[in-house]
Design a binder for this molecule. Structure first.
Ligand SMILES: *Cc1c(COP(=O)(O)O)cnc(C)c1O
Length: 396
């Protein structure tokens, strides 16, 4: 047996440890919520999860999953097109299509799978795909997986002049597609969808919007970043996850024209070659959408909490990045600083994640707070004050 590869991995891990960038998994001994039980630490306030609406452990969603688990069993034991389609999958897809105002929707085992299975299936020779430079890794990988004769371009983050120049340059292509996150997860800012829609109309382009961090968070009724801009009916293809605000467990989807979803059923590799969502998750997804639509006040409360948290941080001179989403990053400088501060906050019972290079640019390491409907104002205030106190102490 050759040890060369294992030796190299061990050396790389050692180097990461030395650089302070080694990721260690933290073990949670119970459900996700505003407070969690963290192994070795006890109860802490969680400001790192995507559980924006407090749905991850919502009794009605858990019950919907439980009932489906008992009725349909644990696994489809198949991909969708062989024997992995149960009526709950079709019900969820009808719900997702109605929610987004699209003709159809198709579910995947994750949004990662949806994004990596979308572009290769629908893009043909000469088609142009233009992607925001800060798009999620799954969009990047999905676009990279297209055939060699598909033209791929990257435009500067939310830079409409750059996007327009690239659309103009490819005006004669068979089709143009603009691909963007709704909420950018490291910055907490949102794509200028009103301007993107205007450019798409001017240059006859399709819009693909991955609103994984926007669904349930943005817009008056939580329909996402497109609702925020009043352009729901101008988005051609939505992708998203069931595993963030919807709290359904896992799962992702593509919602759009039937010609797209039917093509995905024919050709999309994660759909053809990977298990269907478990029925329990599909049923949980439908219940989450139902609750979201029945309780827009949860969304409004979340938005108010996030806005108040930004104001509080500013009052504490912490200078959060501007934005309208529930992702509130505070830049602290060096990667090691972000990691040290996250560790010190955890010692004070506040769980927030530090992100450094290469996830974000060098010198822009940050703590990323994620606000949830589940948080009390006291919890948010305590977190802001704790960070302010630590920064004051380290400035001395
Ligand atoms: C989280 C996220 C995904 C991945 O979603 P999963 O369902 O967990 O695979 C995809 N795109 C964006 C923009 C995300 O934030």
């Amino acid at each position: 047996m050759s040890n060369a590869l294992l030796l190299r991995l061990t050396e790389d891990l050692f180097a990461a440890d030395k650089a302070g960038t080694y990721k260690r998994l933290k073990t949670i001994e119970g459900p996700i919520g505003d407070r969690i039980q963290l192994a070795g630490k006890g109860e802490v306030t969680l400001l790192s999860s995507n559980d924006y609406l407090g749905f991850a452990n919502h009794p009605e969603i858990v019950e919907a999953a439980r009932a489906a688990l008992l009725k349909y069993g644990a696994s489809t034991a198949s991909v969708r097109f062989i024997c992995g389609t149960q009526d709950v999958h079709e019900a969820l897809e009808a719900d997702l299509a109605r929610f987004h105002g699209t003709e159809a929707a198709l579910t995947y085992s994750s949004c990662w799978a949806a994004n990596t299975g979308l572009f290769n299936a629908i893009c043909g020779a000469g088609d142009v795909v233009l992607s925001d430079e800060l798009n999620h890794a799954s969009l990047i990988d999905g676009i990279r997986a297209t055939a060699k004769d598909v033209v791929r371009g990257v435009y500067k983050h939310s830079d409409m002049a750059d996007l327009e120049a690239k659309l103009k340059q490819h005006a004669d292509a068979p089709s143009r597609m603009i691909v963007t996150d709704g909420v950018f997860s490291m910055e907490g800012d949102i794509a200028p969808l009103d301007q993107i829609v205007a450019l798409a109309e001017k240059y006859d382009a399709l819009i693909v919007l991955d609103d994984s961090h926007g669904l349930g968070v943005m817009g008056k009724t939580g329909h996402g970043t497109a609702e925020h801009f009043g352009v729901m009916d101008k988005i051609d293809i939505f992708t998203g996850t069931l595993g963030k605000a919807l709290g359904a467990g896992t799962g992702g989807f593509v919602a759009g024209p039937k010609a797209v979803t039917e093509t995905l059923i024919q050709k999309s590799r994660p759909h053809l070659f990977s298990n269907a969502l478990p029925a329990s998750v599909a049923a949980a997804g439908s219940k989450s959408l139902e609750l979201l639509e029945a309780h827009p006040e949860r969304v409004q409360s979340l938005q108010e909490k996030a806005a108040k948290f930004r104001v509080l941080l500013k009052e504490l001179d912490l200078d959060p990045l501007e934005g309208d989403s529930a992702v509130v990053p505070v830049i602290v400088g060096e990667t090691a600083t972000a990691i040290r501060l996250a560790g010190e906050l955890l010692d004070k019972g506040i769980f927030v994640t530090g992100f450094g290079f290469p996830v974000v640019p060098e010198g822009e390491a940050r703590l990323r707070f994620q606000v949830s409907y589940a948080h009390t104002e006291a919890e948010l205030e305590e977190a802001g004050r704790a960070l302010a106190t630590l920064l004051l102490a380290s400035a001395k």
